[in-house]
Design a protein around this ligand. Sequence first.
Ligand code: NAD
Ligand code: UD1
Length: 385
Amino acid sequence: MPSHVLVTGGAGFIGSHVVDRLLQAGHRVRVVDALDPQVHAATTGGGAHASIAAFPEHLDPTAEAVRGDLADPGVADAAVEGVDRVIHLAAAVGVGQSMYEIAGYTRANDLATAQLLEAIVRRRGAVKRLTVASSMSVYGEGRYEDADGDAVPPEATGRRREDLENDRWEPMDGAGRPLVPRPTAEDKPTDCSSVYALGKLVQEQMCGIVGDAYGIPTTALRFFNVYGPRQALSNPYTGVIAIFASRLLNGRRPRVFEDGQQRRDFVSVHDVADAVVASTLDDALPAGVFNIGSGASVCIRELAEQLASVLGRDDLTPELTGNFRIGDIRHCFADTGKAERELGFAPKVSLVEGMAELAGWLETQEAQDNVEAAGRELAERGLTV
Ligand code: NAD
Ligand code: UD1
């Protein structure tokens, strides 16, 4: 039977792909999105502070689209009216920016989630299932072993500022030997190092607590680094692939922090959207917390080189700045075993295929390179060194 699904943040990058899948499968979709100008500036071409009148072209016009800020109780109430499933993707997503726009991030992420949940609770019994977007950022550093293959406790994996200032990038054991990064599973204790990460943990736990109390199966999906078409290219606080792509498209070399050997797990937005839709619609699947990544890792320098190559700009070699961002982790990539076993999650898009698809889309885009300005803003606040 078709469902009526609310997708918060549905005009955004991940949300718009989720909406496509839901509509294709014959479901009714309502999108509620504040159309944050920092994310949606490109749709008007009016710069970062332009006022946005319209939803982006990438949002399927057959979805019901409502502009509104979920932190407003009236908006949240209207959003949930008549729906039987909720996918909560709305969030402010700039990790560095969250460290100075603290109140704004707490409103957009924590308060908006609280209002949404109150609205769901007021319509007790109507919402059958809830999925919320969480993030690998809740882990802080990923999982490590020492050189002897023994597990290292999370509190021993941090990096001291003094080490970073002296180009000692890898977390070390007591004897000064580099730790060995391993895939991170859901049972790794959380360790938030940004207001954004804390907000994601609050969203995940608040939804879980309320879902348990009212018998609503609730799933938090911890996305790793998501990439693909429709990623906000002009938002300088977005992920590294979009940042590198917008620099390359503007004829500039990607600027790589540290020594470029830090590893991440880049997962295609298509695989992420599949996981979101399955966990929301399939009542046979268990609720809970799951990693959603590709299960593979790549270092950032190699990523910059591969992306330049895909865009036909091998001449724009990565610039290794030796700078670092305060609060950055060194390595984190997903152990996706739990999602595979319990949700049947099977990522289909390889990094090479995904970058080729991204390149095809990028050719149709005009990216503003706002990265310099964002970098200055972080530096002025002492958040990059
Ligand atoms: P995005 O910025 O493209 O989309 C987020 C959307 O939410 C935007 O359209 C924005 O206008 C809207 N929004 C923000 N605050 C709102 C509010 N208070 N009320 C209504 N709408 C609001 O980001 P995305 O990459 O599509 O991220 C979607 C979700 O996935 C977020 O919750 C994010 O934290 C999470 N996530 C993303 C990644 C990634 O790599 N992209 C990784 C981990 C987690
Ligand atoms: C962070 C969040 C993650 C979020 C993502 C996108 C943490 C631990 N994780 O991930 O939840 O989804 O941001 O908002 O907070 N880099 C460069 N040059 C650049 C930009 C980045 O070298 O111009 C490097 C960074 O130093 C980092 C890597 O690329 O090592 C990835 O950075 P980024 O895309 O910002 O994501 P994360 O920090 O992994």
